[in-house]
Design a protein around this ligand. Structure first.
Ligand SMILES: NC(=O)c1ccc[n+]([C@@H]2O[C@H](COP(=O)([O-])OP(=O)(O)OC[C@H]3O[C@@H](n4cnc5c(N)ncnc54)[C@H](O)[C@@H]3O)[C@@H](O)[C@H]2O)c1
Length: 340
């Protein structure tokens, strides 16, 4: 199948592009190379003769001039929540207008879309309900799993808003123009080719700092590092996307919550222990007690629907994710250095 991956030089996009290419699909990437690390990923695509089209996703004129693709996998975003507070226009143009432009293109070509949405569509208050105090001194004990049916009303960050409105726009285009789609509402994803920052891609940042013996911070909720997330290995996501492509004609116009779930949940403190074990380095952590209004203390995904629909489950646990990130960073450390 001829496939375009937007954000194809980003962490998720490159992994999906390489994976689908290895399965015989004809893949192109669209990426303006604005993310640190995207040039490193571009070199990997070039080695497999995957072309990158270097244009801005908010440029409708250029998007409409692209050749026809049977499927567009939309992985292009400004993905950091904190940036969405300081650079509102950039985030809305990339995330929302970008998806609108892709939909206009798909409408003309009568092609399909798989959209990478985010668990940040859920309101901040839903996650806050899991904890009793804003200072989290002990391990969070909760069995709450977030799924498709959970409440989406309430402030969620401007990033989350752009993902939710993109989801809604896709549903509207599907209703009005019979366009076929799949939306994957993903929790935290990690794995090789991720160039992490404090507020986006924290797993790879954690591993990188341990590998280099440099210091870190526990930020928010008192600075104890007890915030919890589940982490989906990119390899598991790639396998799911391939299944979705294979079954697209039968299964479409669906939204799924997708995550690592209980198998790969971790608090920041537990992540530190795992990094110490794998890297054999112990680094210092500074405590920053103050919590950003955009942070959430807890998120674990309910995979029930996606598991049942595709007979798919994440294979990797948190050790598998962290270890694979470590192996990649260690192997290519000298080349990767300039991107962190
Ligand atoms: N990484 C995660 O944990 C995670 C979790 C849930 C959802 N998602 C979603 O998955 C998708 C991919 O995320 P990622 O982690 O790979 O992010 P990423 O930042 O690594 O990749 C995004 C890519 O888009 C490119 N880009 C940004 N603005 C652009 C523009 N205006 N025009 C063209 N290209 C542009 C960047 O250069 C980058 O290579 C995003 O839609 C994100 O919202 C990611």
């Amino acid at each position: 199948m001829k496939i375009l991956i937007t954000g194809g030089c980003g962490f998720v996009g490159t992994n999906i592009a390489l994976y689908l290419n290895s399965k015989g699909h004809k893949v192109d990437s669209l990426d303006n190379l604005s993310r640190k690390g995207s040039k490193y990923n571009l070199n990997l695509l070039k080695k497999k003769k995957i072309k990158n089209i270097n244009i801005d996703i908010d440029n409708l004129k250029k998007i409409l001039k692209l050749p026809k693709y049977e499927l567009i996998i939309d992985c292009c975003a400004e993905a950091a929540v904190e940036i969405s507070r300081s650079e509102i226009d950039k985030v809305i143009n990339t995330n929302f207008i970008g998806t609108l432009n892709i939909l206009k293109k798909i409408k003309i070509d009568n092609s399909k879309i798989i959209f990478l949405s985010s668990s940040r569509v859920y309101p901040i208050k839903s996650s806050n309900k899991v904890i009793k105090n804003k200072i989290i001194k002990k391990k969070i004990k909760s069995s709450k799993l977030f799924g498709e049916q959970d409440n989406i009303q309430g402030p969620k960050t401007i990033y989350g808003l752009t993902k939710l409105t993109s989801e809604m726009l896709i549903e509207e285009f599907s209703y009005a123009f019979k366009l076929k789609y799949i939306i994957n509402r993903c929790g935290v994803i990690s794995g090789p080719l991720q160039f992490g920052k404090q507020d986006q891609g924290f797993i790879s940042l954690w591993v990188w700092r341990h590998l280099n013996n440099s210091n870190m911070k526990y930020i928010g909720y008192g600075g104890f590092g007890n915030q919890v997330r589940d982490v989906l290995h990119i390899e598991d996501l790639c396998e799911l996307i391939l299944l979705q492509i294979k079954k697209f004609n039968k299964i479409h116009n669906k939204l799924f919550t997708v995550g690592g779930s209980n198998k790969s949940k971790t608090s920041l403190k537990e992540l530190t222990k795992l990094c110490e074990k794998i890297s054999k380095n112990k680094i210092k952590f500074q405590k920053i007690a103050k919590t950003s209004i955009y942070d959430i203390p807890y998120f674990i995904t309910n995979n029930k629907l996606v598991s049942k629909t595709y007979d798919w489950k994440p294979k990797n646990n948190i050790f598998g994710v962290v270890n694979d990130v470590y192996m990649w960073l260690k192997k290519d450390k000298s080349k990767i250095k300039k991107y962190f």
